[in-house]
Design a protein around this ligand. Structure first.
Ligand code: GTR
Length: 394
């Protein structure tokens, strides 16, 4: 290779990036968002019953058809096996349970491994946080030899909440060649359909199976479970929360494109970029919208609207332009009409709040953390405050 070759590659790489992503607010195109409350046939729903009977199911179908894939609900059996139990974990502050959730369908099965800590010395069932773990297994270390800010279990326990996590790879490996080896073994037809679920659908499905377990565990208040996900996990938390209304609170951390961010802004990551890099996340129909954001019958504010009337918290990070912080705030802002139908009025300022100025006391919460794309103690601390406010009004 000649000496100039590496430079040529770098130039080509930079040119390619510049051609495909925009970080300049003045270059955001004019766009018109689809109206949350306006049905496909052009009627505007103005009460919660019409929302729940007509528009909400219509939106869920549009997201399933065009982006995330179907969400199969049937299976033959589910079994919960406690594989490890420690009464005095975390110096006696918590009980540890490791649970294998086995789900069977048509002779095939999948195992989801849950790590769960519940605070000791509590008489009543406790509310819980469940993290969709898209990082390495050690992030949710049951022995607590390894401690990660991504899942600060001690901090959550000391705040009076149970804390749980499962590994996404149990449900679908995060890999374009092997994502089928998990939940999709149970639903092989999904693999043949253009609207079939892929990895994000499988991860969301797994979150619901954990909820099935919580409903059986007497230590957990299953009516107060907050689902948390970061980035690809944040996209998953939103999709799971939209489908499964048992999740009382949904928290999307730096979820970005095809998560909380508005696609039509084409700021940072775009539909084409995400589909090219991660073809195994979304259904095949989604590829038709590469460079055609305006043709999508939905935008992501309508995914957030599907969480209504439940509390929803969205975060971004100041250095994470790839995930479009402003696009996520605008999306949250534009989800408000659905909350309004339930008489829930969010305390969101018209202007996007400054960095490190969280909006906690509101059914729709938000912060932009100073720093990079990550899930940190700062984020978790705000999630705990948000849950305290929603559950206890303080
Ligand atoms: C990026 C991807 C984002 C986000 C992120 C993550 O590479 O482009 O959409 O999901 O990965 O999950 O950390």
């Amino acid at each position: 290779m000649s000496k100039t070759m590496p430079f040529l590659f770098i130039l080509l790489f930079l040119f390619n990036k510049a051609m495909t992503q925009n970080y300049d607010e003045s270059k955001v195109p004019d766009y018109t968002l689809p109206e949350v409350l306006k049905t496909e046939s052009g009627n505007v729903v103005n009460n919660k019953s019409a929302w729940e009977k007509v528009r909400r199911p219509e939106l869920l179908t549009l997201f399933a058809e065009n982006i995330y894939g179907q969400m199969p609900k049937d299976f033959d059996s589910i079994r919960f096996t406690i594989t490890n139990e420690v009464a005095d974990a975390m110096d006696g502050r918590a009980q540890l349970k490791q649970v294998t959730i086995s789900v069977w369908r048509m002779g095939k099965s999948v195992d989801i491994h849950l790590v769960l800590f519940t605070p000791n010395n509590r008489k009543k069932p406790v509310p819980a946080f469940l993290l969709i773990n898209n990082r390495e297994d050690s992030t949710m270390d049951a022995t607590r030899k390894i401690k990660s800010e991504f899942w600060p279990a001690e901090m959550v326990i000391d705040s009076g909440y149970a804390i749980a996590a499962f590994q996404v790879a149990d449900a679908a490996p995060d890999d374009k060649d092997t994502y089928q080896n998990g939940v999709l073994q149970l639903y092989p037809k999904q693999l043949q359909a253009d609207n079939g679920m892929k990895a994000i659908g499988a991860w969301a499905w797994a979150a619901s199976r954990v909820m099935d377990y919580f409903e059986k565990d007497k230590a957990i208040d299953a009516k107060k479970v907050a689902l948390v996900g970061h980035s690809r996990g944040g996209k998953t938390a939103l999709w799971a929360g939209a489908n499964d209304r048992r999740f009382a609170i949904v928290i999307s951390n730096c979820s970005g494109n095809s998560g909380a961010a508005l696609s039509r802004r084409k700021f940072g990551e775009t539909i084409k970029l995400i589909n090219n890099q991660f073809p195994h996340w979304f259904n095949d129909n989604y590829k038709k919208f590469n460079d055609k954001e305006d043709a999508l019958p939905v935008d992501q504010h309508e995914l957030l609207a599907l969480i209504a009337p439940r509390p929803l918290y969205v975060t971004s990070a100041s250095e994470d332009l790839w995930a479009d912080p402003k696009g996520m705030y605008l999306s949250l802002w534009n989800a408000q009409p659905a909350y309004g139908l339930y008489g829930k009025h969010a305390a969101l300022p018209t202007e996007m709040p400054a960095v490190n100025s969280p909006i906690i006391h509101s059914v729709l919460g938000y912060h932009e953390r100073e720093g990079i794309h990550d899930l940190t103690k700062y984020d978790w601390n705000n999630f705990i405050q948000f849950a305290n406010y929603q559950y206890y009004g303080k």
